[in-house]
Design a protein around this ligand. Structure first.
Ligand code: PRP
Ligand code: ZN
Length: 205
């Protein structure tokens, strides 16, 4: 993969932040291994020094990765674009990594009459991505009530808490399991490598 030449020159003092739990964990570990940084999958400590290279790995909540990288606690981070843009993070994206691909979609109950975002004017949409959703709807001039949830968003319509959801979809199984039908894509996302502005590591970009 062509991102390797860019980061192979990094010194052993580098710190890289990856997701602790979730879908990006395994592929992120794989990238580290390709760089010679071996990570024990059973790792419980949230900060680990890699014996063979001296590099340090931080295992973080994905939502927190941009902040740690921005403040220089990590030189690099692997994080989803969805997180980066929801946080309006100013971090520089070094490379799109080609995994963790998913879409942020608006979905509605299968048998509802809603066909487009415009039909949702004045309705309630549950999401963990209020900023991205708001920006998307503002462009369309559609005002809705955004209900912020931390997770398990797909359950909100059947519980009468929302008329629609805006959530990430990878395989589509979660939508299907909750009888939801996508109506519009808000953004596409994948994992990216971000670099700290305080990064003094010599890197050939
Ligand atoms: C994510 C996302 C969807 C689901 C999509 O949830 O928020 O719910 O995965 O995946 P699928 O299309 O392959 O079914 P996650 O498992 O991260 O849980 P959370 O929403 O509770 O954080
Ligand atoms: Zn979810």
């Amino acid at each position: 993969m062509n991102y390797l030449p860019q980061i192979k020159t990094i010194e052993s003092t580098m710190t890289i932040a990856i997701q602790r739990k979730g879908r990006l964990r395994q592929p992120s570990e794989k990238i580290l291994r390709t760089l010679g940084i071996s990570v024990n999958s059973e790792q419980i400590k949230l900060i680990a020094s890699c014996d063979n290279t001296g590099a340090q790995v931080l295992f973080l909540r994905d939502d927190d990765i941009p902040e740690y990288v921005l403040r220089g606690a990590a030189d690099f981070g692997i994080v989803g674009e969805n997180v980066l843009y929801e946080k309006a993070s100013p971090l520089q994206v070094v490379k799109k990594l080609g995994f963790g691909k998913c879409e942020l979609l608006i979905a509605v109950p299968e048998h509802s009459k809603f066909k487009s975002a415009i039909n949702l004017r004045g309705k309630r949409i549950a999401t963990s991505y209020p900023r991205l959703l708001q920006t998307f709807l503002d462009r369309l001039g559609v005002k809705v009530e955004i209900i912020k949830m931390e997770g398990s968003v797909e359950v909100a319509p059947q519980l009468g808490v929302a008329d629609a959801v805006c959530d990430l979809v990878q395989t589509g199984k979660t939508l299907q399991a909750h009888q939801l039908r996508p109506i519009v894509t808000v953004m596409q996302s994948q994992a990216v490598l971000v670099r700290s502005p305080m990064n003094s590591v010599n890197i050939d970009l």
